[in-house]
Design a binder for this molecule. Structure first.
Ligand code: COA
Ligand code: ZN
Length: 323
């Protein structure tokens, strides 16, 4: 049974797109609940400008108050040196630095050209060196909603520049759900060939309904690390039409049904997922929390027993007929 590693991003990627502020207490309680579910990493929050992402303006307090479950890495998104300083002060287990592979999306999201982002992130990696591992998230790696195609070589080129700086991992993000499984399979093959020594994570959004198909394409290529968001919440505030990440519990349900070991306690996760609408104040896209697992069977209606009796072959007993 192949071991996969799941990361939960609901309180960062999921919440940053919510219209109504989620109280700090609710964020802390949810992270504590998720910490007990068996995730490899929980992306707690982001140390961005509170003006850019007001939802996460309580980042310092949230990370300061959560219970650190041994074995779970508590990671945070960091866009610049100021963010890295805050994250290290808060003793984050990992810095997840972010930039886009698309120039237009980088200007929209981070308000600077890619080269300027790279220079800032190089500085962050220098500051973190020897103290805390750094993961690089490359946004819009499967297409930009404003520029269109992002060539695979461009993604590999940015990945290589960061690999040279000694980062631990690379997260390849389909920020606005433009990836399809054929493209995912090709890029995953190239990534594993080029960056065999790095932790490789795939980050999909289900904007066009291809999220789980893309997970499957990646897992079949040998990728073992995935980001997901409880309930399928999420989206990038700087990407038109962006919607939720792949839903963690739906993805984990699929992978477990196929025999993969995700390390996650699905029953516990579903309990958390069922409480999520109460936290955000609206329905969420996830499906398994509503339908139940495919192994959760329902009692047959009373009429079924009567029909069985009615159609029992002459001479057989009720027990034989129902086999
Ligand atoms: N933490 C807290 N405050 C920060 C900060 C950080 N990491 N980075 C910048 N700021 C503050 C500055 O102190 C400044 O505040 P002031 O106006 O009160 O002096 C203000 O933000 C603007 O700073 P500046 O350096 O000019 O940054 P900017 O306005 O060009 O914004 C980013 C750059 C990257 C900080 C900002 O665009 C950002 O945080 N974007 C969020 C991107 C994101 O998370 N997107 C979704 C996930 S992919
Ligand atoms: Zn995302």
């Amino acid at each position: 049974m192949r071991r996969l590693h799941l990361n939960e991003v609901v309180t960062r990627d999921g919440f940053q797109n919510e219209p109504a502020f989620i109280p700090t207490d609710a964020k802390v309680a949810l992270i504590d609940e998720l910490g007990d579910c068996g995730y490899a990493k929980v992306e707690v929050t982001s140390f961005t400008s509170p003006r850019a992402i007001p939802m996460l303006r309580d980042a310092d307090e949230v990370i300061g108050r959560i219970r650190r479950v041994p074995g779970v890495e508590y990671t945070v998104l960091v866009p610049n040196v100021r963010g890295a300083e805050r994250a290290m002060e808060a003793r984050a287990d990992e810095l997840n630095v972010v930039m886009s592979t698309s120039e237009t999306h980088n200007l929209a999201n981070l308000r600077m050209p890619r080269e300027k982002s790279f220079a800032a992130l190089r500085e962050v990696i220098g500051i973190a060196q020897g103290q805390v591992p750094v993961n690089v998230s490359l946004s819009t790696s499967f297409g930009c909603p404003m520029e269109g195609d992002v060539p695979q070589d461009e993604v590999l080129r940015w990945g290589a520049r960061f690999a040279e700086l000694g980062v631990r991992g690379l997260t390849v993000c389909d920020t606005t759900g433009m990836a399809h499984p054929g493209q995912v399979a090709r890029l995953c093959e190239a990534l594993q060939h080029r960056f065999a020594g790095l932790q490789l994570t795939l980050h999909f959004h289900n904007t066009r309904g291809m999220g789980l198909a893309n997970v499957l394409a990646a897992v079949q290529q040998g990728i073992t690390r995935f980001d997901g968001s409880l309930g399928g919440l999420g989206g990038c505030p700087y990407a038109p039409g962006a919607s939720g990440n792949i839903c963690s519990e739906d993805a984990i349900h699929m992978l477990q049904a196929m025999g993969y070991d995700t390390g996650v306690d699905l029953a516990r996760l579903l309990d958390a997922a069922r409480r999520l609408p109460g936290i955000v104040g609206h329905e969420v896209p996830g499906q398994v929390a509503k339908a139940g697992r495919c192994t959760d069977l329902h009692p047959a209606p009373a009429a079924v027993a009567e029909l069985r009796d009615l159609h029992r072959p002459a001479g057989s007993t009720a027990g034989e007929a129902s086999r």
